[in-house]
Design a protein around this ligand. Structure first.
Ligand SMILES: [Zn+2]
Length: 278
């Protein structure tokens, strides 16, 4: 089998944190957090490898997708203590519902659960920001979209920027995807999404979109942010169990669409099949 270019997911032990920008020892972030998906041997591909060279040999990682990319404070204090427990809890609840559905038992078309959006969204954002190697010797590049994500993550008294929408849906696949920056355009006059980022793992997908043009259709539910909520305030998350987008949505563009991304900052991980099983 021909070999793909190695996916680079190991970098400097010290550097600038992808989230707070401080120079320090870098710590490994598991994407998604270990409480959501048990880290096993996975095959890593970039989005381009996945789309154009799926039969070529991928890069193996022994313990899921984990990247040395953020400082201990962002990793342990913010993510580990403050934000991840909510994402883990919500994922577990939804995973058990999706598994029941996969057994063929009938469930209502939609279910809703109560979540703490300020913790949940920050957890998702933190792992997306951690989902690329820091640039060696340089702090994170400042840009309106990534600055809005980082500032929101770090300032617990802030609300999600008005320019950002958080879409989510049920994702019944064991392939994990993190894409730090994804632009999507339309050749049909629907406009262009210049900034978005994506995190998908069983059982949920999250797509955070910056400045969506009104003309660009996204028919998914999004997390409400009509009024500011404190860290422990809750809102309803409605999950549609029947109308699920294709598993490769939105990173594989449909007809009349095109995507733009930096391939080195896209990671697709899937459990490695045991030898002898194809
Ligand atoms: Zn940090």
């Amino acid at each position: 089998m021909k070999k793909n270019k190695q996916v680079k997911f190991k970098g400097d032990k010290e550097g600038y944190c992808n989230i707070c920008g401080r120079y320090s020892q870098l710590t490994c972030d598991h994407i998604p957090p270990q409480g959501c998906v048990k880290p096993t041997i996975v095959e890593l591909r970039t989005l381009t490898q996945y789309l154009s060279k799926p039969s070529e040999r991928p890069t193996d990682s022994q313990s899921g997708l984990n990247i040395l990319s953020i400082c201990g404070n962002c990793n342990n204090t913010f993510l580990g203590t403050e934000y991840d427990p909510e994402l883990i809890e919500v994922s577990k609840q939804i995973a058990s519902i999706v598994r029941v559905q996969q057994l063929g038992l009938s469930l209502p078309e939609k279910i809703d659960l109560s979540v703490k959006p300020q913790r949940l969204i920050r957890s998702v954002i933190g792992h997306i920001l951690a989902g690329k190697l820091p640039i060696s010797g340089k702090p994170p590049i400042s840009a309106p979209f990534s600055d809005a994500l980082r500032n929101y993550f770090l300032d617990q008294s802030s609300n999600l920027s008005n320019n950002l929408e958080v879409y989510y849906w049920v994702y019944p696949s064991n392939k994990q995807i993190v894409i730090n920056s994804l632009g999507i355009g339309s050749a049909m006059g629907e406009g262009f999404i210049s900034g978005s980022c994506l995190l998908k793992f069983f059982p949920l997908a999250f797509w955070i979109v910056w400045d969506k043009p009104a003309s660009f259709p996204i028919s998914l539910t999004k997390i409400s942010k009509d009024k500011f909520k404190g860290l422990d305030e809750t809102c309803k998350m409605v999950l549609d169990l029947r109308n699920i987008p294709p598993l490769s949505y939105p990173e594989v563009p449909g007809e009349g669409r095109f995507i733009m991304c930096c391939d080195d900052s896209t990671f697709l991980a899937q459990p490695k099949k045991p030898k002898g099983f194809g």
